[in-house]
Design a protein around this ligand. Structure first.
Ligand code: PGA
Ligand code: ZN
Length: 421
């Protein structure tokens, strides 16, 4: 049982310099939790709504003063001094107070900042590590005992890099690494090899995209994948055996009029599936995210059957961490892995429900950051507490990404746990 003594909020700036929300939650016990929330750019249509001020004269309309005002006003007014059994009591109160299906009245950014700040305050109140508190929020009695395996952004395209190539991310998966420490060192070697290759082949310094990935002017997606394999080899690793690839196709963003505009002739869904299978045959891809568009429901089961367990069929924009969409996808056999982004749904409790539902169906869960992040590191604790799978945070550059990797390294040093996967 906890009671909120005060709630405060501040508009801060994320890694793209856009406003976002930071909240401070103080409990009557004196415990305090502070949390900042991220923001996406390559968003799914079914995501909960991030409330923005809409005033074009300030931050091009992206200000978060309204969301901050809701926390300091209406939300604080409703929650301060009320007994809270646990996270679920708080989150249910937030959802009821907002009263809309997509959190558009008070804003999912406002709700999530309060949800996570409260969790942090409760962990402090109980004197337990945040990752163990997150584990208990996920499932009462659950104890974290392993670390997620990082999947790390190497090359960027799509919405994170000005669209020089339609697909969004090629990620490195250090499959042979035994520890998070080794995973980071392996990734550094591959990233530096990719930076050298970028300079030689494209005459480009290591300028980075939104999530810190390299973004040279690839001729097409095949060049992006081929260069990733070349970087792995150049770093001295065996592609597929020691370092594999994950791909975020983010195909909703080049899907129009029932066709996939990947460059060349637009592809129908069957053509797109054949194209993806071609990539899986030629490159060591272990996970395929948003291979089809978020509204292409009829074809996701065909994609999953075609891939037949050779790579994870991972839904991001497709599922939006939304329990109703995940249930539908499980029933349809449309995927076998969930990309979990807490701000797509707006509270910790609902995201935990999504994670439990996916895991109960035997799915794999990757806990993910957004392309717009802050220096806050709570996501690493969440991934340790919830996942047992993968952590997707972006590249091995830029402190908003490294805050999470550094936290993972600290948890590893503290616990000595093995990496999952
Ligand atoms: P975001 O995209 O820009 O919406 O955070 C990241 C992703 O698609 O995985
Ligand atoms: Zn994605």
């Amino acid at each position: 049982m906890s009671m909120i003594h005060s709630l405060d909020a501040l508009e801060i700036l994320d890694s793209r310099g856009r406003p976002t929300v930071r909240t401070t939650c103080a409990l009557t016990s004196g415990a305090v939790g502070i949390a900042s929330v991220p923001s996406g750019a390559s968003t799914g249509a079914a995501e909960a709504l991030e409330l923005r001020d809409g005033d074009p004269s300030r931050y091009r309309g992206l200000g978060c003063r309204k969301a901050v005002g809701h926390i300091r006003g209406e939300i604080a007014h409703a929650l301060v001094g009320v007994e809270m059994n646990n996270q679920s009591t708080l989150d249910r109160a937030l959802i009821a107070l907002d009263g809309t299906p997509n959190k558009s009245r008070l804003g999912a950014n406002a709700l999530l900042a309060v949800s996570v700040a409260f969790a942090r305050a409760q962990a402090a109140e109980q004197g337990i590590p945040l990752y163990q508190h997150f584990a208990a929020i996920h499932t009462p009695g659950r104890k974290a005992d392993s670390l997620p395996r990082p999947t790390i952004n190497l090359f960027s395209g799509g919405k994170h890099a000005g669209g020089q190539v339609p697909i969004q991310d090629v990620l490195v998966v250090p499959v042979a690494a035994q520890t998070a420490d080794e995973a980071m060192a392996t990734t550094y070697a591959v990233y530096q090899a990719a930076a050298d290759l970028t300079l030689e082949k494209y005459g480009m310094r290591a300028l980075t995209a939104d999530e810190g990935g390299l973004a040279p002017p690839f001729a097409d997606a095949e060049a992006m994948l081929g260069d990733a394999v070349a970087a792995i080899e150049r770093a001295g690793y065996v592609p597929g055996q020691e370092v594999a690839l994950a791909l975020d196709v983010a195909s909703s963003h080049f899907y129009a009029d029932g066709r996939y505009h990947l460059g060349g002739e637009p592809l129908d869904s069957a053509g797109m599936i054949r194209h993806l299978l071609g990539w899986l045959e030629r490159y060591p891809i272990v996970s395929l995210e948003d291979g089809l568009a978020e509204e292409d429901w009829a074809n996701w089961p065909k994609l999953r059957q075609a891939i037949d367990g050779h790579a994870l069929v991972l839904g991001d924009d497709f599922l939006c961490t939304n329990p109703a969409r995940i249930r539908r996808a499980i029933d349809a056999g449309a995927a076998d892995a969930l990309l979990l982004k807490v701000n797509q749904i707006g509270t910790l409790s609902e995201a935990a429900e999504s994670s439990r539902m996916a895991q109960a169906a035997g799915w794999h869960v990757t806990v993910s950051a957004r392309s717009g992040e802050t220096e806050d590191d709570w996501l690493a604790d969440l991934a340790v507490g919830w996942s047992g799978g993968h952590l997707k945070v972006g590249s091995i550059t830029q402190s908003e990404r490294l805050a999470k990797y550094n936290r993972l390294l600290a948890i590893e040093a503290e616990t000595g746990w093995k990496m999952a996967g």
